[in-house]
Design a protein around this ligand. Sequence first.
Ligand code: ADP
Ligand code: GLC
Length: 491
Amino acid sequence: MKIAYVTSEIFPYAKTGGLGDVAGSLPIELSNLGAEVKLFMPGYTTITKKEFDLHSLPELGEINIRIADRDHVIHVFTSTLPNSTVPVYFVDCPYYFGRYEIYTSDPDEDERFILFSKSVIEIIQRLKWSPDIIHCNEWQTGLIPIYLKGNYAWDRLFEKTKTVFTIHNIAYQGKFPKESIAKAEIQHDFLINSGVCEYFGEMNFLKTAILTADAINTVSETYAQELLTTESGAGMEQFLEIRKNDFCGILNGVDYSIWNPEFDHFIPHKYSSRDLSNKMKNKRILLQRFNLPYRKNIPVIGMISRLVEQKGFDLISEGVNDLMKLNARWVILGNGNSKYEKLIKTIVKKYPKKISACFSYNEELAHLIKAGADIFLMPSRYEPCGLNQIYSLKYGTVPVVRKTGGLADTVQDWNESIAKGKETGTGFSFSEYNVLSLVQTLRRTLNMFEKKSIWAKIQLNGMRKDFSWKKSADKYVLLYEKAVSKIKRVN
Ligand code: ADP
Ligand code: GLC
């Protein structure tokens, strides 16, 4: 099967969160399963030729794309995804991708990804490659299905091509003023007139994708169910309901060649489930890095997160007095919304011996926190999948999570497992999004931390879990096959 995998971020080239990790690892597994995979992403200028061994592809020529009355000349660079044979094609357009951030709030943000989506299709044409599936991710690639049905329907290269669209986070819909529809120059009057691109007077890339892709999925089974409800669907539930037969949840996998304390080249002291004594050494170094005193028996609670509403920082703020009374130290690595940065800074100022934070994007520090912390906290308001808690399990860093979306699908509560007469728990969880539940759950966690043999059991249960890609990649192949077997719709 031939798969074009299209995304706005791929680790190690550019990453803001879990999408980058998924896009840097699922394609490798698909290729191991025998698929021919090609990756496509914007050529942000931060992706330098020297660091990533980029080559230009002059044989593809210059590609001219017109957006909002301006002509752009696109070049293509290529490289091979590390530790694989999967080629990556970068859309080079400094006018749109030579900015400081991967995502911006510039008024032409829509144009950046309209251009990207069109360019991907044009590159595939020039490669004279006929993919069975174009796998699109997030709103940034959301117009590709409608372009194939409209603007590029004439091209027999795409005669059998089907599209799969993955929703990683329903909150990011690609909403723009209605003029954006005109900028996109979609050549499909029927679809445009039936309103597929428009939601409450705005252009909505996500809605367009949901209504025009051949198959749609999201990144965990529980989140797929949640998305069909008005509470969690962010308005898209009605469109997903229409596409219910073509919509499913597939849990993300993780790449254990990167996220495994046995091989992790970022961490000073490697360890495995056979012997966790080195974890303490990492804990000592972690606390030094965060300027907090080391005490073996005082647990460290770690958080690594984009600082956004989704991640539950409101609960930390509301419950700060009770939380800071707990016998624990806190380390936080985060970047994003300045509101949450300020909030955490205020807490750090008030409790400098208990909590410390670093406000940047730091890959190395993220690995050190996973290795050195005792507990990993994710009190998310909602969580489509979440990778951090899955990584933490492998590092013997016990996750404490709110039971929502992918967190519910990957962390098993210790007490609940005991209540069922089984010792299968891998962490601690709570259902209600409120301070009381969070504080009570952390108290429960800290009590268990003191019971050393039980704690070791919980750690080992987690370390033995296997969330590698194989099982989920098999499910993607089934989804692709289902899409391929569909009769081409007229619209
Ligand atoms: P989301 O995609 O919603 O941000 P995930 O848990 O799926 O959440 O994935 C987050 C990924 O981003 C993980 O690889 C995590 O280590 C990384 N990450 C998040 N914030 C930072 C940061 N400030 N520095 C380094 N890595 C980060
Ligand atoms: C999104 C979600 C996160 C998920 C990631 C990768 O950023 O917020 O839960 O793990 O995408 O699918």
